[in-house]
Structures are given as C-alpha cells and as structure tokens.
Design a protein around this ligand. Structure first.
Ligand SMILES: Nc1ncnc2c1ncn2[C@@H]1O[C@H](COP(=O)(O)OP(=O)(O)OP(=O)(O)O)[C@@H](O)[C@H]1O
Length: 300
C-alpha cells in the first residue's frame, strides 16, 4: 500500500443532533493521505459541524469517525500536534508581535517532531511563506483584516500538520493574497504530502485546490467525486471540438482524455484548436443543490 492509499479521514454513518434538530444524517466519506477534498454546500448544510467533529472540538451524536487513525473524541496531545486548524479569526494576543506569537506557539510543537517532520516550522520561514514578512515585527492589533487572516493561516501551519482543516480560509483575502495562499496550499500538498480538508463558498477556489468534491446539503452528502465526474453526472458527456483539414468537428465523449489521445495518435500535428468543454464546477454545484432541494420539496 502506498502513502497515497492510506486513509487520513474515515467517516461512517455520522449523525449530529442539536437539541431536537438533526443537522447531520448518516454522513459517510473517506479521504486518503495527500488528498484535498472540498466540502461544499449551502449555508447551514452542516460543513462547519462536520469539520468541528473531525477536529475533536464537537462531540458527535452517533457514527464512526477516525482522523489519522484516531477517534477525535479521544485524541491526545500527540494526535492534536499532527493536525492544523485555521480558525475563523485570531482575536487574542493583540499586543503580541507576529514573529513573537508564532515562535511562542511553535515551541509547543518541538516535542512532537517525527522522522522527516521537524516541528515547528521556523517562524521566519513561515512568515515568509504566508506573505507576512513586512509585518513580522508588528503588533497583531495593528494588522489589517487580510493580514490577520494570513496570520490565522500561519498559526494553523506552525506545527507542520499532516492534516490541515481550512474552513473558508480566504474569506477577506484580496485577490493577490488569495492567489498566493492557493500557491502555498498547493505547495504544501505537492511537497509535504499534507492532507487538506477545505470548506469554501468560492467555487473557483474549490476548482483550483481540490481533487475531490463533496457536496453536503441538509446534512446529507448529495455528491462525492472529482469535478469532472460530477460535471458528467449532471451535464452529460464532455464535448470535444477540434479542427482538422480546415473542417470543424464536435463529438460528445465520456472520456475526453482517451478521445484526445486517440485523435492525436491518428492525426498528429494536423489536429488544431482542440477544446474540451464540460460544465463548470459552479454550474454542476448549482444543478446538484437545485436537484436535491426539489427532491426534498416534492410532495410524497
Ligand atoms: N451550536 C449549535 N446549536 C444548535 N444548532 C446549531 C449549532 N451550530 C450549528 N447549528 C445548526 O446546524 C446546522 C448546520 O450548521 P453549520 O454551521 O454546520 O453549517 P455550515 O454548512 O457550516 O453553514 P455556513 O455555510 O453558513 O457556514 C444549521 O442549521 C445551524 O443552524
């Protein structure tokens, strides 16, 4: 079994009830190490509740949950040190300076270094990685909203987590900060093999970062697959267009990669203007949610 096959998150039959309201019904999914699943869904779908249960911050009502091989309800300090959480916003310690706070929080992780995973992340290198270098010596209360958000991300990363929870990480980022943050997450995944569970309402962000999409609606998983798989389920086959010998061609296909491979094998460089069209994640998501809501509202 390779590292990529190992399961980082295993959730089965998860239920959550707040008082008399059931907000998660039988949620089941898995994520492998190094995978980036995005949990999407309308407001109130249960994304934050699910993430908080996985982080060990909220006790579930029923079901099986294993995160890095441990039930989060029983996770000890060693388990917690392997997990990074980017909270909504770090409001405490306003008088601390950025470098000082990260070095202080990082010192907690030193005893949890593992072979190949030196902990913590060096404060200056981390500050550079999240784009806070010009602000390293500033007091936290003087940072702008977007700069604080970068600090939130740095706090989530300081222990070099094997699994990172990002709950709407780039809300309040300017476009450049968002772009840099995406590059940072992709680097962490590619070079460090970090598993990232993302929730976001930004479908372009999900499309860029996630290799798997889970859609939660009304506390139920209504879709689980790659963006391409879900698009095909909703909008049908991909459409491949190309020009050959001055003539335009259009074909529908279930497997556009194999189709294109075959096309080039047969015609080589004579193939021009190749284009693969499929529903965007936004179109797919909206169609899935509309469909689920129509099914709930349909008279029995
Ligand atoms: N502490 C709580 N007590 C009672 N009900 C709660 C509590 N926290 C959340 N809920 C309810 O549980 C449901 C799921 O909420 P949750 O915050 O998990 O949704 P979400 O998908 O993260 O939404 P959003 O996109 O708005 O952040 C909602 O109906 C919410 O009102």
């Amino acid at each position: 079994m390779t590292t990529g096959d190992r399961v980082a998150i295993d959730v089965g039959g998860l239920r959550m009830r707040y008082g008399r309201a059931d907000v998660l019904h039988d949620v089941t999914f898995q994520a492998r190490h190094g995978e980036v699943p995005a949990l999407l869904g309308p407001n109130g779908a249960g994304k934050t509740t699910t993430i908080e249960i996985l982080e060990g911050f909220r006790a579930r009502s029923r079901g099986r949950v294993q995160v890095l091989g441990t039930d989060p309800a029983r996770g000890d300090e060693r388990w917690r040190a392997r997990i990074g959480v980017v909270l909504q916003s770090w409001r405490d310690h306003g008088r601390w300076r950025v470098r000082e706070l990260l070095a202080h929080l990082g010192s907690y992780y030193a005893r949890y270094s593992a072979p190949g995973i030196p902990r913590p992340w060096d404060a200056d290198a981390l500050i550079e990685a999240v784009g806070l270098a010009p602000h390293a010596g500033k007091k936290i209360k003087t940072l702008s909203g977007g700069q604080r958000r970068r600090l939130d991300v740095a706090i989530g990363l300081v222990g070099r987590p094997e699994l990172l929870f990002l709950d709407e990480p780039t809300a309040a980022f300017d476009p450049q900060a968002r772009h840099e943050f995406h590059d940072l997450v992709l680097r962490l995944v590619r070079t460090g093999g970090t598993t990232v569970l993302l929730t976001t309402h930004d479908l372009a962000e999900a499309e860029k970062l996630a290799d798997r999409i889970l859609v939660l609606d009304g506390g139920r998983v209504i879709a689980d697959g790659t963006g391409a798989e879900l698009a095909r389920r909703i909008a049908g086959p991909d459409e491949v267009r190309w020009v050959l010998g001055g003539r335009r061609h259009v074909e529908k296909t279930e497997d556009s990669t194999a189709f294109a491979r075959d096309l080039f094998a047969r015609h080589g460089a004579a193939v021009r203007e190749l284009e693969v069209r499929r529903a965007s994640l936004e179109q797919t998501y909206l169609a899935l949610v509309r469909r689920a809501e129509a099914a709930t509202e349909a008279p029995r």
